[in-house]
Unconditional design. Sequence first.
Lengths: 115, 114
Amino acid sequence: AQSVTQLGSHVSVSEGALVLLRCNYSSSVPPYLFWYVQYPNQGLQLLLKYTSAATLVKGINGFEAEFKKSETSFHLTKPSAHMSDAAEYFCAVRGTTDSWGKLQFGAGTQVVVTP
Amino acid sequence: ETGVTQSPTHLIKTRGQQVTLRCSSQSGHNTVSWYQQALGQGPQFIFQYYREEENGRGNFPPRFSGLQFPNYSSELNVNALELDDSALYLCASSLETGMNTEAFFGQGTRLTVV
């Protein structure tokens, strides 16, 4: 069974500073990995996904993530935070033989951006 | 906008009652998944429907049931509501073919059980 752990339930960053959100996965084989963002009272929006192609994945809104098999990690970064990045971020995993809709989510990291 | 629509957006029910939540999937998608997101937590997979059949279930009791219709829209039914069922219920649709696809989520239905 696959699972993900997100380190840090809350992260506060200054506008213009680096955003780093940590995600570690547990799986017997490298799974597919995702980062989703959720704004208040809304559903989930896909930021990016890793599906065993390039290990450095670029997503929307300037976010990127790097798959590191040796560290079983898939951390999300953005070089310069913007006020609009304030939201909750979820890392998710899907087994390679599972369907696209069957995801295991982490507990989430709430990002606060300060001026 | 993902094209996945859920109704109603908010709902208040009394403990012991039954509730039906609805999801209209994105055009062309043949799979619908349902998730429960309790306050302050990540979404938890309830079950998935593919071509009108249940195709995978998470750790939820049988009082959580669903349907998928020929047009691929879906319903989530919860019987004998408990206070802990209060949550945001998310529906996601996907097309189960190929590598370059993803699950698209609706806005969710906020269920409050009192």
